[in-house]
Design a protein around this ligand. Structure first.
Ligand code: NDP
Ligand code: GDR
Length: 324
């Protein structure tokens, strides 16, 4: 019989790529759909899978709605990708972030424990937990030091996952994923903000790009590669925690340079620094060591940073050209 997966956060960047991957593997794919005033399914539509996934009305902050979804689907695997995931917003909405990104992980784990305790569970943990880094290259043994309400909330989600594994013997794994991007990235995140602006500036629809801290360094990979690591974690006999990263770090400035250069522009002619985009506390640099994922899961990134940037800029060039 085909395996069944339930994804919270299916309408997000990772949820869409993961749903596609699982469909290709023959899974029945179900997702929680949080009530919003407007349609949030554009990513599933863009990947051509909207009619292939089953969406269930549920919000991860609402225990009974998650229990109902679990009773309905009886999933073999549950992927918790839902969160308030934008770091900058977490200072303006710290309680909402705590609810959606921290407390809700306990909601999902409690719902699983009470309803389908044999379901394998994946938690979307984050390199933001390393924050003010305690080692130049971060792996599973590096101490955490979060720098935002978002990072603090993710740390709770991480430890409650470890705790349910150790307390109740649940197959619960946590992926400590470093930044991963794609043409389906939300426009508020820096990489997509840049690729969208490059396309608009090239096509004469925008003049400048207002940015914050160009000196921040990130270890950026392709989301399509990273969702494979999530799936691999749940195929292991034993649950565990894994860092998933490319191992290469560059500045936001360098990302801008490559993206503008791809369409023959110089970023220095267009980028304007705006204090509005600086954060109250910054994560200056992240660089991951995914050796454990490589040896235990056989996972490695397939897409280079240059290929990723080209993919994102080309996709936005097409989108902007297609606008009225
Ligand atoms: P997105 O912001 O693109 O997606 C977040 C998803 O969560 C959306 O589907 C959103 O639904 C859903 N959601 C938010 N609140 C609720 C709620 N209360 N109930 C149900 N669903 C909800 O994030 P990404 O896809 O980029 O990331 C996936 C996960 O991985 C997140 O938890 C993120 O924090 C984490 N992460 C991401 C990394 C990255 O670089 N992308 C790196 C490390 C961790 P809606 O569409 O309706 O708003
Ligand atoms: P991040 O991603 O905070 O790392 O979290 P984001 O793209 O928002 O910022 C990356 C870095 O770029 C700097 N920056 C700007 N950022 C934004 N958004 N807009 C700007 O104009 C700008 N200028 C400079 C930021 O200061 C920061 O240093 C992402 C999210 O997906 C999280 O959910 C996830 O957990 C982590 O990645 C790993």
């Amino acid at each position: 019989m085909a395996k069944r997966a339930l994804i919270s956060g299916i309408t997000g960047q990772d949820g869409a790529y993961l749903a596609k991957l699982l469909l290709q593997k023959g899974y029945g794919v179900h997702g929680l759909l949080a009530r919003r005033s407007s349609d949030t399914s554009w990513r599933l539509r863009e990947l051509g899978i909207l009619t292939e996934v089953q969406l269930i009305d549920a919000d991860i902050s609402d225990l009974s709605s998650v229990v109902r979804a679990l009773q309905l689907v009886q999933p073999d695997e549950y992927y918790n990708l839902a969160a308030q995931s934008f770091v900058a917003t977490s200072w303006f909405q710290p309680l909402l972030t705590t609810n959606a990104t921290a407390t809700s992980v306990a909601v999902v784990l409690e719902a699983l424990r009470l309803t389908t305790p044999k379901t394998r569970f994946y938690q979307a943990s984050s390199s933001e937990m390393f924050g003010k880094i305690q080692a130049p290259v971060q792996d599973e043994t590096t101490p955490f030091y979060p720098r935002s309400p978002y990072g603090v909330a993710k740390l709770f989600g991480h430890w409650i996952t470890v705790n349910y594994r150790e307390s109740f013997g649940m197959h619960a794994s946590s992926g400590i994923l470093f930044n991963h991007e794609s043409p389906l990235r939300g426009i508020e995140f820096v990489t997509r903000k840049i690729s969208d602006a490059v396309a608009r500036i090239k096509q004469g629809k925008q003049r400048e790009l207002r940015m914050g801290n160009l000196d921040a360094r990130r270890d950026w990979g392709f989301a399509g590669d990273f969702v494979e690591a999530m799936w691999l974690m749940l195929q292991q006999a034993e649950p565990s925690d894994y860092v998933v990263a490319t191992g290469r770090t560059i500045t936001v400035r360098e990302f801008c340079r490559i993206a503008f250069q791809h369409v023959g522009l110089n970023y220095e002619d267009h980028v304007v620094i705006d204090p509005k985009f600086f954060r109250p506390a910054e994560v200056d640099v992240l660089q991951g060591n995914a050796a454990r994922a490589r040896t235990k899961l056989g996972w490695r990134p397939k897409t280079s940073l240059e290929e990723l940037i080209t993919m994102m800029v080309d996709a936005d060039m097409r989108r902007v050209a297609a606008e009225a």
